[in-house]
Design a binder for this molecule. Structure first.
Ligand SMILES: Cc1cc2nc3c(=O)[nH]c(=O)nc-3n(C[C@H](O)[C@H](O)[C@H](O)COP(=O)(O)OP(=O)(O)OC[C@H]3O[C@@H](n4cnc5c(N)ncnc54)[C@H](O)[C@@H]3O)c2cc1C
Length: 537
């Protein structure tokens, strides 16, 4: 049984801090929402690491929005729906494409400097986009530029208090509404924060997999926290594996952006043969799940652990100017993007599902909002269109703030929290448990799945569940408990969905089955342990 709270605490013994709006996370979603809400309210923004450490910081390719006269909302909508493979919420997609340009202008007003070409915003094209609509910054450092601009604003804002290196353990609820959070300070002390609204902006789940493009903060905390608090979690079987992460001894799984293929790079197997024509008419720019599985098939065929990405037809000058970060990172490992074929392999990259929200970012738990990668707004369906996630965070962030500003009163904190009288510490080293979990997910809930493997993976994960009855004290123990929660949900959802679609591929059910499966798998803790509810799209 996954418990309501990860720790036993006496609320009356802990210090309390009051805020109007509590924001958990400091990536694009958290920073943007904090700055917007701070115009009218006192905001407390909490992040478990440094202010600048998040998935956002590593975003390379850019942010999608309809800017060019040749483009239209209808085209962006169509591309998003095709990538989402029949599971997008059409109303949410309309919100994204129609409000995206406004969101981008907001980012520019807040100081983000996107690249220009002849005085106009420079636009590039990425996989599965039919138009050039991706804005980028410093070539391939879009996320870092957004974080720079927004964090500078947030740091200077008198209405924003920032707690970095603070870990949110759980949300606190009273009478079915969210009223605050339990937080651990860097000193280990616990504190309760109390607010009228809480916005979960805690990012993704890449660290659930052994191979990921995500930084260490992406341990799926927010999804587990929201699930424990009673919010519904949706579409978690859909994980996007980025087709091209650097795969070289001693190198991290650094992402080689889709934009490199957008500029004409081709994929070759280790025999030097191009292969994408066997798999999809859009070749290297096919949807990510198709490219990723094609790469795995070629790796299996050639008994290799990687394929090559080849952009050597471009001039060294173009490659260095357009992809400075990728170029320099590859060079650190002796690989010259301009003259060498770069070894790449797929890695876990993006969680399509998450905490279910309505069109205003409100979750099924009152006063709890979710924004950015932790949320499931319905925009991405079964597969995210490249560069739609940064746009989603600002579009829905703005909507959330409009809602949050309407909440002025606070729900009182409860007198006590569920207490399991935990005493036993964790015995096995967490680092071992974590590695084991990551391997289980790669093996059984990765790019290719089937019932037998998923059942085995689920059983192996369940053996780790006694951790929920242990007295957890360290941050890595709490993170592991969150990872385990989400790993259980993902394997269960993947087993339930007996078809293949978007970021979920079952080799025992390789076809998409619209008749039966045009629906979401939703989990809600209060309706039973890892129990699914299926609702029509
Ligand atoms: C390498 C890479 C490249 C990408 N490129 C692109 C791209 O070009 N375009 C695009 O649209 N998308 C891209 N993405 C995806 C995109 O970057 C993310 O989806 C997006 O940045 C998520 O933003 P966020 O604000 O939701 O979460 P994040 O930016 O991940 O921020 C999460 C925040 O939550 C905090 N947090 C988490 N748990 C806790 C806790 N328990 N307590 C306190 N704080 C907590 C973290 O410390 C962090 O501050 C890329 C992702 C990666 C990894």
């Amino acid at each position: 049984m996954i418990p309501r709270y990860l720790m036993d605490v006496d609320v009356n013994q802990l210090p309390r801090v009051e805020a109007d709006v509590i924001i958990i996370g400091a990536g694009i979603a958290g920073l943007f929402a904090a700055i917007k809400a701070a115009k009218e309210r006192k905001v407390l923004m909490i992040t478990k690491k440094a202010l600048t450490e998040s998935n956002t910081r590593y975003a390379q390719g850019g942010i999608a929005a309809v800017i060019s006269d040749e483009d239209s909302f209808a085209y962006h909508r169509q591309d998003t729906l095709i990538a989402g493979a029949g599971l997008c919420d059409h109303a949410a997609v309309d919100v994204l494409v129609q409000e995206g340009p406004h969101g981008v202008r907001d980012l520019i007003r807040l100081g983000t400097q996107f690249d220009l070409e002849n005085g106009e915003l420079a636009l590039t094209q990425e996989g599965a986009h039919s138009m050039r609509r991706i804005l980028h910054a410093h070539g391939d450092a879009t996320g870092a530029e957004i974080v720079r601009a927004l964090s500078e604003k947030a740091l200077r804002h008198p209405n924003i208090e920032i707690w970095h290196d603070h870990f949110v353990v759980d949300l606190i609820t009273n009478h079915g509404e969210c009223c605050g959070a339990l937080v651990i300070k860097p000193t280990g002390e616990k504190v309760i924060v109390h607010g009228s609204a809480t916005v979960l902006c805690s990012g993704g789940a890449g660290q659930l997999y052994r191979y990921t493009t995500n930084p260490e903060v992406a341990t799926s905390d927010g999804m587990a926290i929201a699930y424990r608090a009673g919010a519904s979690v949706r579409d978690v079987e859909f994980i996007q594996f980025h087709p091209t992460s650097l795969c070289y001894p001693g190198a991290p799984r650094f992402l080689i952006s889709e934009a490199v293929r957008g500029e004409g790079a081709v994929l070759r197997n280790i025999r030097g043969e191009r292969f994408m024509e066997k798999y999809h008419p859009q070749l290297e720019l096919a949807p990510r799940d198709i490219v990723a599985r094609a790469i795995v098939s070629e790796m299996e065929l050639t008994k290799s652990t990687f394929v090559y990405l080849d952009i050597t037809h471009e001039s060294a000058e173009m490659v260095k100017n357009r992809f400075p970060t990728i170029y320099e990172t590859c060079m650190q490992f002796g690989l010259d993007l301009a003259t060498d074929w770069i070894p790449v392999a797929p890695a876990a990259h993006y969680m399509m599902g998450g905490v279910e929200t309505d069109l205003f970012g409100e979750t099924t738990l009152k006063r709890l909002f979710a924004c950015g990668e932790v949320s499931s707004t319905g925009v991405h369906g079964a597969n995210r269109l490249a560069s739609n996630s940064l746009s989603e965070a600002i579009v829905f962030g703005r909507r959330i703030v409009n809602k949050v500003l309407q909440l002025t009163d606070k729900v009182p904190l409860p007198d006590e929290l569920e207490n399991l009288q935990r005493k036993e510490p964790v015995h096995q080293a967490i680092v071992e448990k974590r590695l084991k979990l990551q391997k289980i997910l790669v093996r059984y809930a990765g790019l290719k799945r089937n019932a037998k493997g998923l059942q085995k993976g689920y059983e192996e994960l369940k053996r780790q569940m006694p951790i929920f009855e242990s007295a957890l004290t360290k941050r890595e123990e709490l993170e592991f408990a969150n990872m385990l929660t989400c790993a259980l949900l993902i394997t269960r959802a993947a087993e339930i969905r007996e078809e293949s679609r978007g970021g979920h591929y079952r080799d025992d059910f390789p076809e998409r089955d619209d008749l039966v499966w045009r629906k979401h798998v939703v989990f809600n803790r209060e309706k039973g342990v890892i129990e699914e509810r299926i609702s029509d799209v």
